[in-house]
Design a protein around this ligand. Structure first.
Ligand code: SAH
Ligand code: SF4
Ligand code: F3S
Length: 456
């Protein structure tokens, strides 16, 4: 028996980091590490970092300063704390991170966490710190343990790592390495384990997940549509989603899958970044705004209730008022159900960071405000269309107020309604009686209640 030890993981960044944090906990479980909610009593702390925007590294050092104080206090009380920095800042900074924070024991990139047990052992033996920042993607997935812990009612499943697109502004190809798709067999096995553990909704993850392509169970090469179809056959897996998709990789088979596979939810996160063709070219996105409009038209033809989400960047180098106006026009044309928007943030080592014509901060601020106001209106309008409708809700837990349950619609809108905890983990029909710009509230469909009573 290994001694029980406590592990605290702090996760920043995208859903892929959320998935990775859960896997790091899995690989450490056989060493006796069980999760704890605070750093104060942890024998090991992992800070899983993100490098996508803003002063990512500064934020890491400020958090590390706090963790160092905890580590020192615990050392005085005779306890050792292993401090690890993982994720995209660890990958980007490597050695430099240790120079500035020599009290860190382990620095590991996103493709090496399967080697954590060995790193922990080395850190315990050696006086110095341990660094692992290879891109060992294939080895990583092969070496992961079969998950034991239950992943929750809704869970993420990474099916693809890395990115080969090299958008002008983005660090991901440098921090996550080359694009790699996991074989269908491995994905299906992991999904079945998750469902056996109680998961009812799976979101497939990848930076270009719609470009997923790998050997299928029949030996032929599958695309994401084939993978979704195979997943949909797993009993008790009620809902399937995937994110993030690139407009260029949205193929006919996947569009048809939205029409033909009921478990595939009618929600699509399809980042466009800008509505200006000049900016799309500068960003190396390799499609036009009208191609995006046309694609959305085809998707809506296949699935009329499809809710669309997107990402936008304002103030990419060279962006003019006319370019920004083109983004505003696109937002009005599409009618997004929700979207994320960011001020362009220069990332070290990316082409756009060194480009001339950087946009002044005040201009970025003004453009972001205007865009976010329009996106808020668009989301409110989308939510308002749910009033009076009966929507299917996957119940995930208690709602906002006592006596309420909460969950999400197929379009990912949060819903609250009076109900009992026995509904958790099931899909129920809810009649929407009120909407806000960001959520819905309702009552269980009276017809459903009658059926329930009849069954009881
Ligand atoms: N693979 C996804 C994006 C991953 S990053 C895609 O291709 O869409 C998530 C979002 O962060 C991006 O869509 C973009 O809108 C934003 N982002 C990335 N780099 C950024 C930067 N340097 N400044 C501001 N926003 C950025
Ligand atoms: Fe970054 Fe572009 Fe790759 Fe998305 S597609 S991760 S924005 S380089
Ligand atoms: Fe951030 Fe890395 Fe994800 S930079 S957004 S954690 S891929």
């Amino acid at each position: 028996m290994t001694d029980p030890k406590r592990l605290h993981v702090i996760t920043w960044g995208c859903q892929m980091n959320v998935y990775d944090s859960a896997r790091m906990a899995d690989v450490l479980a056989p060493l006796g590490y069980a999760p704890t909610a605070t750093a104060d009593d942890a024998d090991m702390v992992i800070l899983n970092t993100c490098h996508i925007r803003d002063r990512a590294a500064e934020k890491v050092f400020s958090e590390l300063g706090k963790l160092r104080r905890i580590k020192d206090a615990r050392a005085e009380a005779g306890h050792r704390t292993v401090l690890a920095v993982a994720g995209c800042v660890a990958q980007a900074e490597g050695e430099a991170l240790l120079e500035r924070a020599p009290y860190v024991d382990i620095v590991l990139g996103p493709q090496t966490y399967h080697r954590l047990p060995e790193m922990v052992a080395r850190a315990a033996r050696a006086a110095g710190a341990v660094i692992e920042t290879d891109f060992a993607t294939v080895e990583k997935f092969d070496a992961l343990p079969e998950q034991a812990a239950t992943q929750g009612l809704t869970a993420f499943l990474t099916v693809q790592e890395g990115c080969d697109k090299f958008c002008s502004f983005c660090v991901v190809p440098y921090t996550r390495g080359a694009e790699m798709s996991r074989p269908a067999m491995a994905v299906l096995a992991e999904a079945r384990r998750m469902v056996a553990g109680g998961t009812r909704e799976i979101t497939l993850l990848g930076q270009n997940v719609n470009a997923w392509s790998a050997p299928g169970t029949d030996g032929s090469t599958w695309g994401l549509a084939d993978l979704v179809r195979a997943l949909a056959a797993i009993p008790n897996l009620l809902r399937i989603r995937y994110t993030t998709s690139h407009p260029r990789d949205m193929n006919d088979a996947l569009i048809a899958a939205h029409r033909d596979i009921p478990a595939l939810m009618p929600f699509l996160h399809l980042p466009i970044q800008s509505g200006s063709d000049r900016m799309l070219t500068a960003m190396n996105r390799r499609h036009t705004a009208d191609e995006y409009r046309h694609l959305v038209g085809r998707l809506r033809q296949a699935r009329p209730d499809l809710a669309l989400s997107s990402d936008f960047i304002v103030g990419h180098p060279g962006e003019t008022d006319a370019d920004h106006a083109a983004t505003m026009a696109l937002v009005r044309d599409i009618g997004f159900a929700q979207a994320y928007s960011f001020k362009y943030s220069p990332r070290p080592g990316t082409p756009a960071a060194g480009a001339p014509a950087q946009v002044p901060e005040a201009v970025k601020d003004a453009r972001l405000q205007e865009l976010q106001a329009a996106l808020r209106d668009s989301q409110a309008a989308f939510n308002a269309t749910s009033a009076g409708q009966i929507v299917s809700v996957l119940v995930t837990g208690p709602g906002r107020r006592p006596g309420q349950m909460g969950g999400r619609t197929p379009a990912l809108q949060p819903v609250h309604f009076p109900g009992s905890a026995s509904l958790i983990g099931t899909e129920v029909p809810v009649k929407i009686v009120a909407t806000t710009p960001t959520s819905l509230s309702g009552i269980l469909d009276p017809g459903f209640l009658v059926e329930e009573l009849a069954r009881a």
